[in-house]
Design a protein around this ligand. Structure first.
Ligand code: CP
Length: 359
């Protein structure tokens, strides 16, 4: 049931659990704000996945693209990225173009009035004066929640999508990861019952945190966390999995775990979060890289994923293997983000109708 964000003081809202916050982020059962992965349930994940597939197939033809471009031609989206991004920025940009939205952007606060001392909150309120949707990436954890609450107390409470915040959340990356798993296991009974192995910098990888929590929506999924001790997954994630009754294991032995994996999810060292310059460089991560030799250990129908950008944790020689789905995973981001925006603006039924009549 929908609850109104403007009816709860910020200090009270902030203290709520994710489950308690979720009803404040919907509008009549459809997503309004997208702030953290935990707000999505299984039914919404299935629905977004099928909608993304609809968009993907419709976009294959000129007529289909003309239909999609007409859906939201009366709307404008603001891309506010104060942290570097390639895939998230461009896939949202492309998703907006597919649906016909006009696009504005700030990618460097040195070029906006934040340079003159304007607060983030005033900046976002300014964007809401000109745009109908704000998609934002920030180095500040929780900022998207804060601005969604701030806007709810104005006469322009436009939807906010968190495109990555601090070390805590990257909900739309988790959605595209789930969509990639849905597609990969389409003919193997879906995601239920699969074993997902997370590898690399799990302590500071927000994509892993978001995906790990979304995987709890599926039955009998086992999660492995493989990393050197200094980069191992946080106790809060393990406590969340324990509370959800999910099977998990923490390990430092990559080669031992590979044969069990249905999906291996590699991540890079996130040294931009080092508290002391160069501290990550002292950690030996050489055992946590995927090489061509590891392909022999991997099940024939398993998949290798990576949110990207990558460094040396997957050899480019692995790219040619059909189990390496990370380039497809990246493109899936465009489809699921288009589906999400369409759902926010109540265009999902039109897409499903077009798909069932024309594809
Ligand atoms: N996966 C991801 O968030 O990539 P970018 O940082 O390039 O957006």
């Amino acid at each position: 049931m929908t609850k109104n964000l403007n009816e709860i003081p910020w200090d009270d809202f902030y203290k709520l659990t994710h489950a308690e916050k979720a009803p404040y982020l919907i509008d009549n059962a459809r997503p309004m704000h997208v702030l953290f992965a935990q707000q999505f349930d299984r039914q919404q994940l299935d629905s977004l996945g099928s909608l993304a597939t609809g968009v993907r197939f419709i976009a294959k033809s000129e007529e289909g693209m003309a239909f999609l471009r007409g859906l939201l031609a009366h709307k404008r989206a603001m891309l506010y990225f104060s942290q570097p991004s390639t895939r998230t920025f461009l896939s949202f940009y492309a998703a907006c173009e597919i649906l016909g939205l006009g696009i504005g952007e700030v990618r460097d606060t040195a070029t906006s009035s934040e340079f003159k001392g304007e607060s983030r909150e005033d900046s976002v309120r300014t964007f809401s004066s000109y745009f109908d949707l704000i998609i934002m990436r920030s180095e500040i954890g929780g900022l998207s929640e804060r601005v969604a609450w701030v806007l709810s107390n104005t006469d322009r409470p436009v939807p906010i999508i968190n495109a990555g915040s601090g070390k805590d959340q990257h909900p739309t990356q988790a959605l595209l990861d789930i969509y990639t798993l849905q597609r990969s296991f389409e003919e193997r009974g879906g995601i239920d019952g699969k074993t997902i192995v997370f590898v690399g910098d799990l302590a500071r990888g927000r994509t892993v945190r978001s995906l790990s929590s979304l995987l709890t929506r599926y039955n009998n999924v086992k999660q492995y966390f493989v990393a050197p001790a200094q980069l191992q997954i946080g106790e809060d994630v393990l406590a969340m999995l324990k509370a959800a009754g999910v099977q998990y294991e923490v390990s430092d032995s990559f080669e031992k775990v590979i044969p069990e994996a249905d999906a291996v999810y590699m991540t890079r060292v996130q040294d931009e979060w080092d508290t002391q310059k160069g501290e990550s460089g002292k950690i030996d991560t050489s055992k946590y890289c995927f090489t061509v030799q590891h392909l022999d250990l991997l099940k024939p129908d398993a998949v290798i994923m990576h949110p990207f950008p990558r460094r040396n944790e997957i050899s480019p020689d692995v790219d040619r293997d059909s189990r390496a789905v990370y380039w497809r995973q990246m493109r899936n981001g465009m489809w699921i983000r288009a589906a999400l925006i369409a759902a926010i603006f109540d265009r999902d039924d039109q897409i499903r109708n077009y798909y069932s009549k024309n594809i």
